[in-house]
Design a binder for this molecule. Structure first.
Ligand code: UDP
Ligand code: MG
Length: 335
């Protein structure tokens, strides 16, 4: 068993930045991140082997050429190019997995720097103090439009009701230690929803709050359609509650119909006035309820299969403190 050692004193930090058609923001982003990382290296807070790693997510503009130029100019910058557009979550994962064997911790941040880079100092302070995962949590949504705020907060509420373990108002701005990244590597799912997976990894976690600003250039690459797709993916990847709801509804309908059936029967016995319509309505509800119950039961099994197929790690070992006394081979010799 390999337990990964992370150095917390003067860590190698990788800043992972997913970029999709970001030529408008990239020069400024590179400048601000360079300043931040150089400052931290200068203070000896982080190792000079720290890097800023841009992930080009199949951009159609000059993003990759710009990343290449940056890498040539300075070893502080690195680049990963995906073969085509794979979406924000996959781009972040590709960057983190590239960083994992090379770093002590990695921080993912969007290319538009809407997330305050100054929160990085606190993230690293928390990491040095022993946290393996530090969530960037935005303190307010004042700079968001009403629509974005409404939909985003609705999203967290729905997710909570669906029983998905999420950090409120945390997007994908976070620090993860190399061993937490190793844990992340064991989640093989294709439908990636990092915000749902990361809290499942465990280890000591903490949060840093920051004020989120507006995009300083370019347009959002997350239109409503992509946001809805992400939300739906989050629910369907982390919750089988919709299936339970179907089952519950089916049982309720069947129960209701049975009750109505008993009442109708009594009415018929007492008054002999049962109409064909009530008998028909009873059977419609009964058949509907039974069908829904059957669907729900099948769904419960499908939900279990879904869980097995995802093959998520059942546990991640953080530490082992064990003295087996004698080596196995020695014990065999003694026998
Ligand atoms: N992004 C990406 N691939 C995509 C869409 C977006 O890598 O298919 C990146 C984008 O370059 C940015 C981050 O994901 O760094 C977040 O996108 P954006 O800022 O447009 O989203 P918003 O902040 O509006 O939710
Ligand atoms: Mg943004």
């Amino acid at each position: 068993m390999d337990l990964i050692q992370v150095s917390r004193n003067c860590p190698v930090v990788y800043i992972v930045v997913p970029c999709y058609n970001e030529e408008e923001v990239l020069p400024e982003t590179a400048k601000r991140l360079r300043e931040k990382v150089r400052g931290l290296i200068g203070e000896k807070t982080i190792s000079p082997r720290s890097r800023i790693l841009f992930v080009n997510d199949g951009s159609r503009d000059r993003t990759w050429e710009m990343i290449e130029t940056l890498c040539k100019a300075e070893p502080l910058f690195g680049g990963v190019k995906l073969s085509r557009n794979k979406g924000h979550q996959n781009a972040v994962l590709a960057g983190l997995m590239t960083a994992q064997p090379l770093c002590d911790c990695a921080i993912s941040i969007d290319a538009d720097l809407q997330d305050d880079v100054n929160a990085i100092d606190q993230m690293i302070a928390d990491f040095r103090a022993g946290s393996d995962i530090v969530y960037g949590v935005r303190s307010s949504r004042e700079t968001d439009t009403f629509f974005k705020r409404f939909t985003a907060e609705g999203f967290y509420k729905v997710m909570q009701h669906m029983g998905v373990d999420l950090v409120f108002n945390h997007a994908d701005y976070r620090l993860m230690s190399a061993r937490a990244l190793k844990g992340l590597e064991d989640y093989h799912e294709v439908n990636l929803f990092l915000r749902g997976i990361v809290p499942q990894i465990g280890y000591k976690t903490s949060s840093v709050t920051y004020a989120r600003s507006e995009r300083f250039a370019g347009e959002s690459k997350y239109p409503l359609k992509k946001m809805l797709a992400l939300a739906w993916n989050g629910i369907t990847s982390f919750s089988v509650k919709p299936i339970s709801l179907v089952l519950g509804l089916g049982v309720l309908m069947t129960g209701g119909a049975a009750l109505a059936g008993i009442i109708l029967l009594i009415v018929q016995l007492v008054t002999h006035s049962l109409t064909a319509l009530s008998a028909l309505l009873f059977s419609v509800w009964m058949v509907g309820g039974l069908t829904l119950t059957g669907l729900g039961v099948v769904g419960e099994y499908v939900g279990k299969i879904y869980g097995e197929v995802k093959a998520r790690p059942r546990y991640i070992i953080e530490a082992v403190d064990l003295d087996p006394g004698v080596e196995k081979s020695e014990a065999a010799d003694e026998e």
